[in-house]
Design a protein around this ligand. Structure first.
Ligand code: GCV
Length: 678
């Protein structure tokens, strides 16, 4: 280990970097002293390049007929020509060029053409009118009193990775989102974001005609209701001519919807689609629905939406979470993605780490999103949405490394074929390397896939950058291992979802909001039987996958307890019993989390002190939390398995009864200071 860590000393920067607070995100190019020569179309691309470009002259050219937002960058002698059909395309081209400069790549001999995979690359902010952010772990809403400088950085950061839309408020939408007073605030933000190609959208409360308009009903087929929405939409477009449209959470978790009036999701969505259509607005209608009485929550969305396939208007897109339950550390894909045939769909990823350690754990999410794209063809989707992890914390995301998830989301929405490695490497170089230093040679480490946890990170060789890269790539799998390996899911603390509470089951709480509903631990085994003889959820998948998942001997082991009630003595591929394997997985996760700390500690000379200290503090919390997760889950499940913890692993160091009494006094709007520290 020592030799590996010493190696990095030789390759990463030697100068001690100045303290940084993370407020500049990955946009750390210094303004140039002399204005760069940029000619052609006068737009934001020009001002960006004039301020930050250090190379030769650049010409910005408009070319009709190119796809919207696409661009070409070509070197012509000393000059670089960026061509695009619209200002946004030129801006994306400019940021591409700046990225090359910032990551130390060649900026000559260029012949690049890029086109986004999706027209709509959108952040969903879950911000409330009082400034709280649901599942937000980085402070309060940036939109409450939008500071122009901060808005500009937000807009630049988004544009630099191709994000072109922002839903400004929580899907649990307060009706006041649509009051004239609020719309005036939205207009101010829209004006600030427009120069960077970002359109604003709003989440709406389906009962707004009653709550804001004073009508007696919000029935989507009622003429007065339709006319109220028409007037409201006209009012919005008068203020914000390029307003993007509405995001709707309807008949879900207590939110109102068309079913309250005996209508379907299609009736509700199409009514809104129709009033937005003349303005070119769209409706993003969420498929996140589940009923308390359902024996399997994972079945619910397909049951409600499949009968409506083909009934949605052409400016309605069904927004579906990547998995069938709820942003768990690992889920299979939501079967709606392969079942809906005649309905435009978009995926909703969660960038904020509601279920992945909030802003305390370093978990790089690109591997999780790439896993989804291994199941669902990118081309089968119309758009990509990500629940933002942004707040008014100085470093925007609460954890310096959480910025990489915002970055990765944007890059994947632009090009889902990029690899997790490519994106992490780009981000690391821009975020931690001082410029314009040459990049270190990447050698020796041989990048791993996220699932290969066999060689501890702290025993691997490589440059500082490659060790950090490896750490990022392993972090999601590590998190799955120490939180809920082998297909276990939703065993989180009741309300804030931070730590483990597999036992949480208070009287009166909906069963599907308690962990025992999902893990079903008993003397026989552990896991949710979703086979054909269980909830039959496997049947919602294409035949081949159905067969694969249905058989306990062919089901991928990392989804075993998702699809099966696995007997404690079930033989795993490793030769171990399921119980022993579970114990080892948890322990492997703990060891991984500890190794991140070792790697980071070795970075001290090469990272500025402030960010070094802040990340180190978080990694310590993560390592302790990993231990807490392992101990709580294994000791609790042991009360069902009645089997010993294997001798060849570290044994729990905490007491179950004490962990069961432990509470973190936080709401769903806060990041915990730490987890269990006893
Ligand atoms: C915005 C989960 C979260 C809720 C969230 C909901 C949703 O249930 O815990 O905070 O509400 O998903 O995505 O609508």
């Amino acid at each position: 280990m020592i030799s590996a860590l010493m190696l990095l000393v030789t390759v990463w920067s030697m100068a001690t970097p100045k303290n940084e607070d993370g407020s500049r995100l990955w946009l750390r190019l210094e303004k140039t002293n002399t204005t760069a020569t940029v000619t052609g179309v006068k737009c934001t691309a020009m001002t960006e390049l004039q301020s930050y470009w250090q190379g030769g002259p650049v010409l910005l050219k408009q070319k009709k007929g190119m796809p919207a937002d696409a661009y070409a960058i070509k070197s012509e002698g000393m000059k670089t020509v960026i061509t695009a059909a619209n200002d946004a395309g030129l801006l994306y081209g400019a940021f591409h060029l700046l990225r090359l400069q910032q990551t130390g790549q060649s900026t000559t001999g260029l012949d690049i053409s890029e086109q986004p995979a999706y027209d709509l690359r959108i952040l969903n902010h879950w911000d409330n009118p009082n400034g709280t952010v649901e599942r937000g772990f980085a402070g309060r809403s940036i939109f409450l009193n939008p500071d122009p400088e901060r808005m500009k950085t937000y807009a630049r950061a988004n544009a630099s990775i191709g994000i072109n839309g922002a839903v400004l408020n929580n899907v649990n939408a307060k009706p006041e989102a649509l009051t004239t007073e609020n719309l005036q605030k939205v207009k101010v933000i829209a004006d600030q974001l427009r120069p960077y190609g970002i359109r604003v959208y709003l989440s709406i409360n389906f009962a707004s005609p009653i709550k804001v308009g004073g009508l007696k009903t919000a029935d989507p087929l009622d003429a007065d209701v339709v006319s109220w929405w028409k007037d409201k939409v006209n009012e919005i477009y008068k203020m914000i001519p390029d307003f993007g449209g509405f995001l709707v959470k309807a008949n879900s978790e207590g939110e109102p919807g068309p079913q309250d009036f005996g209508r379907t999701h299609a009736d509700g969505a199409n009514m809104l689609g129709k009033v937005l259509k003349p303005h070119k607005g769209i409706v993003m209608w969420r498929a996140f629905v589940y009923a308390p009485q359902s024996p399997d929550r994972a079945n619910q969305a397909s049951l409600e939406f499949m009968p409506l396939d083909g009934q949605f208007a052409d400016n309605v897109i069904i927004q579906i979470k990547n998995g069938p339950v709820d942003f768990q550390p690992r889920e299979p894909y939501s079967p709606l993605f392969t079942s809906l045939q005649k309905t435009p769909m978009m995926v909703e990823f969660q960038i904020t780490q509601e279920y992945l350690g909030a802003a305390n754990h370093l978990v790089y999410l690109a591997p999780m999103w790439k896993e989804f794209f291994g199941w669902v063809k990118p081309a089968s989707l119309k758009a990509m949405a990500g629940v933002a992890n942004i707040g008014d914390d100085t470093n925007w995301c609460g954890h310096h490394f959480a910025q990489s998830n915002w970055y990765a989301f944007g890059r994947l929405a632009w090009n889902p074929n990029l690899t997790s490695e490519q994106i992490a490497e780009e981000w690391l170089r821009q975020t931690f390397r001082p410029t314009p230093q040459p990049l270190p040679v990447m050698e020796g480490s041989g990048h791993t896939q996220g699932s290969e946890l066999s060689t501890p990170l702290s025993h691997r060789e490589g440059s500082g950058e490659s060790l950090l890269l490896d750490m990022m790539l392993r972090s999601r799998e590590a998190c799955v291992s120490y939180m809920m390996p082998l297909g276990i899911h939703h065993i989180f603390a009741g309300t804030h979802h931070y730590g483990p509470e597999p036992w949480y089951s208070p009287k009166g709480v909906r069963a599907d909001w308690t962990p025992p509903y999902y893990h079903k631990a008993d003397s026989i085994g552990l896991g949710f039987d979703r086979t054909l003889t269980g909830s039959a959820n496997v049947k919602q998948y294409p035949e081949e996958l159905c067969r694969l998942y249905n058989d306990i001997n062919t089901c991928p082991e990392n989804l075993l307890a998702w699809f099966h009630h696995v007997p404690w003595d079930h033989k795993m591929k490793s030769g171990r019993t399921f119980w022993d394997e579970l114990c080892h997985k948890y322990d492997e996760g703990v060891r991984e989390a500890r190794s991140f700390l070792v790697v980071w500690d070795a970075m001290q000379p090469y990272v500025d002190q402030q960010r070094f200290d802040e990340v180190q503090r978080k990694l310590r919390i993560q390592a302790r939390d990993a231990e807490w997760w392992r101990d709580a889950c294994l000791l609790y499940f042991q009360t069902f398995s009645h089997r010993p913890i294997p001798q060849d692993m570290e044994h729990p160091v905490h007491n179950l009864d004490e962990m069961m009494k432990f509470r973190i006094p936080i709401s769903m709007y806060e990041n915990p200071d730490c987890g269990y520290t006893k």
